[in-house]
Design a protein around this ligand. Structure first.
Ligand SMILES: [Zn+2]
Length: 78
C-alpha cells in the first residue's frame, strides 16, 4: 500500500463524546484516533488526554470540548 506517512496532529486526535450518566460529564474528550478505531472493534474503553476512561459511542451531538483535554492537547502541540 502506498501510504503517505504524514499525519497532521488534528487528525491524530479528535474529540469523542463521553457517555456518562450524568449530564455534567457531557464533554467531548480528545482521544487518539486509532484508539477509537480499536475500541470500536474490541469494545474496550479508551483513555482521553485528561485521563477520562470510557467507551466511546457514535453520538453525533455536539458537546463542548473538555477543558482538561484541550489544555493537554495544547501542551502536546508545543
Ligand atoms: Zn477530557
Amino acid at each position: 500500500m502506498d501510504v503517505v506517512n504524514k499525519v497532521l496532529p488534528e487528525s491524530e486526535t479528535r474529540p469523542e463524546i463521553s457517555h456518562d450518566d450524568g449530564d455534567r460529564e457531557r464533554f467531548a474528550h480528545y482521544v487518539q484516533k486509532d484508539k477509537i478505531t480499536e475500541s470500536a472493534v474490541t469494545g474496550n474503553p479508551v483513555i482521553a488526554l485528561c485521563g477520562k476512561v470510557w467507551v466511546p459511542n457514535r453520538d453525533p451531538k455536539k458537546f463542548p470540548v473538555c477543558p482538561e483535554c484541550k489544555k493537554a492537547y495544547e501542551e502536546l502541540m508545543k
